[in-house]
Design a binder for this molecule. Sequence first.
Ligand code: NAP
Length: 304
Amino acid sequence: MEQQYDVIIIGAGPAGLTAGIYAARAGLATLLIERYGDGGQILNTYEVDNYPGLPQITGGELGSRMSEHLNRFDVTRLMAGVERIDFSEGAHRVITDEGTFIGRTIVLATGNSPKKLGIPGEEELAGAGVSYCATCDGAFFKKRTVAVIGGGDVAVEDAIYLARGCEKVWLVHRRDELRAAKILQKALFELPNVEVVWDSIPKEIVAAESGMVGGLKIENVRSNDTSVLEVSGVFIATGNDPNSSYADGIRKDEKGYIIADESCATSVSGVFAAGDIRAKRLRQVTTAVADGANAIYSVQEYLI
Ligand code: NAP
């Protein structure tokens, strides 16, 4: 027989782990399903400097601490990929590759994943010099020259991180102004081995004879001139796409983010969205953990 829970939380990033802590403390029979491991996107961040009380903590350490915190409580854990959910009031069926589970309520906290550029060479050279995670792969590029693509917080943080070990870092951005927080920009501009290539878009990632990345072809959007940066690695940091494809039947915005207000209630009764998967203005660890708490508060109200 399929097991039933008061709440099934899907995703173990900051939002899901916080939801787990709040659900357990509220005495709810809780199942937390995660596909890869605890921590979510913060594992891709070298340093988190804006989580109050824990300045300059590494993403890995913050993820571990949240995970250990949840492990103090009685929450059932399952490592599985969710394939789809059959929504039906009071008994939503979560179908995973490890079986089907019933939740009186569901908290969707599956966050998002790095966006692909869709240029030639990107797919072919993934893992051969093309990366979406500087903190995971940066160590392979010690004393080499790399390019980072993007102008947001992640791209600038990645460039700063990579500059510690790489000989040179090109930051390729499509405009003449970065989107990243000013404090990150200041740190970036102080680095002697980082150079920003403004107004330029990537056109192709070129292979060297070795079969690994050898260059990045870029185009200046003002002059239409093309050039090739000789690099051994290309780090793509151009934003994210929501991991919401398994949740069909729920109202989403045009990008696929789940529409819910601060209560985290979605268009389906008894289903809540927390963290980066929710359509919202600001995606940070602080806003994700706030959602996790709000979602469980709403779950409790709903169950009563
Ligand atoms: P983001 O803020 O959406 O920035 C994406 C960057 O990539 C933008 O600069 C964008 O250019 C560029 N871009 C997008 N599509 C492109 C394309 N096809 N070709 C070339 N460039 C492209 O994404 P993010 O940096 O991954 O950050 C995601 C969220 O996490 C943000 O809300 C961010 O604030 C948050 N975050 C916060 C922190 C922190 O507070 N410490 C750390 C990491 C992330 P335009 O600027 O021209 O649009």
